[in-house]
Design a protein around this ligand. Structure first.
Ligand code: NAP
Length: 287
């Protein structure tokens, strides 16, 4: 790969990601590649921030003049109390993954859900307007994705979760934006024939539990588009089994790329060099 050289000097603009743990994160290689590709004098680092240090770390963004910070597990909810302003989408989702420092004012956004939808549309060409969706899971990722699907015009969203109360609670939030119905996992028989699109937002199937499935396989249909937020492994067992049953499939790597692409665009006002970002992450995952 051709490497463009960036000199870090006294004009270099500072970015980073806060998480605990953080050393597994692929955000630094992805965003540094993006800055290089776009010819922007910037650097992006990974910060291991423990929960009791989060407030100090956020004050450090202002004190040191960082332009932008990504926030990952376990800080996406807790960080909100330290910010000056929260974008409407992030407020409804209840989590922030991107902070923009506007001359000392820290504004929180959530790019996970919109990143997912952008990946889904670009990689599958699906038109979501009026579609019925079965969304499996009701955790943090499900909240962002359900909100983004509703805003995109999905006609009806069934939300099914192992812990049914969480599905009902999320459906209640989303019902301000589209028809949303919370269900337990034993109530899906009548739903699977109606929906066009099945989406796993649970962690069932994620490394190292790669054999776990979020849905009994007999409920998959060949007319489904089946999507999974997990990108480790790149193609989960759930997607493999769906493809074997004739369904179209869509994996989670694009969501990771596009949540970073939106953050890059909020920070720089420049279109993100998505192809280069994808290439460097794919290469890193293959190593
Ligand atoms: P989370 O808040 O902890 O939620 C986990 C969800 O998975 C809950 O609905 C939970 O159900 C369900 N669940 C966990 N284990 C399960 C099992 N064995 N069987 C059935 N359901 C199970 O986690 P999250 O942050 O939403 O992340 C969820 C997944 O999305 C992870 O695999 C993560 O890697 C992926 N993700 C991907 C991206 C990306 O960029 N591609 C971004 C964010 C997240 P209960 O409520 O019953 O516990």
């Amino acid at each position: 790969m051709e490497k463009l050289m960036t000199t870090i000097d006294s004009h270099t603009i500072l970015y980073g990601v806060f998480g605990d743990p953080i050393r597994h994160s692929r955000s630094p290689i992805m965003l540094n590649r993006a800055f290089q590709e776009a010819g922007i004098n910037a650097v992006y680092a990974a910060f291991h921030v423990r929960p009791d240090e989060l407030g100090d770390a956020v004050r450090g963004i202002r004190a040191l003049g960082y332009r932008g910070i990504n926030v990952t597990i376990p800080h996406k909810v807790e960080v909100m109390q330290y910010l000056d302003e929260i974008d409407e989408g992030a407020r409804i989702v209840g989590a922030v993954n991107t902070i923009v420092n506007e001359a000392g004012k820290l504004i929180g956004y959530n790019t996970d859900g919109i990143g997912y939808v952008r990946s889904l549309k670009e990689e599958t060409g699906i038109e979501l307007k009026g579609k019925s969706v079965l969304l499996l899971g009701a955790g943090g990722a499900a909240r962002g994705v359900a909100y983004a699907l509703a805003k995109e015009g999905a006609g009806r969203i069934y939300i099914a979760n192992r812990t049914k109360e969480r599905a009902l609670e999320l459906a209640d939030t989303i019902s301000s934006y589209t028809e949303a119905i919370g269900l337990g996992m034993d109530e899906l028989g009548h739903v699977v024939d109606e929906v066009q699109f099945v989406l796993n937002t649970t962690s069932a199937g994620m490394h190292p539990h790669v054999e776990e499935l979020p849905l009994p396989l007999e409920l998959l249909r060949s007319h489904h588009l089946v999507s999974d937020l997990i990108y480790n492994p790149r193609i989960t067992r759930f997607l493999r089994e769906a493809e074997a049953r004739g369904a179209r499939i869509h994996g989670g790597l694009g969501m990771f790329i596009y949540q970073g692409a939106f953050a890059f665009e909020y920070w720089t006002g420049t279109p993100a060099p998505v192809a280069a970002m994808r290439q460097v992450v794919e290469q890193s995952l293959a190593e």
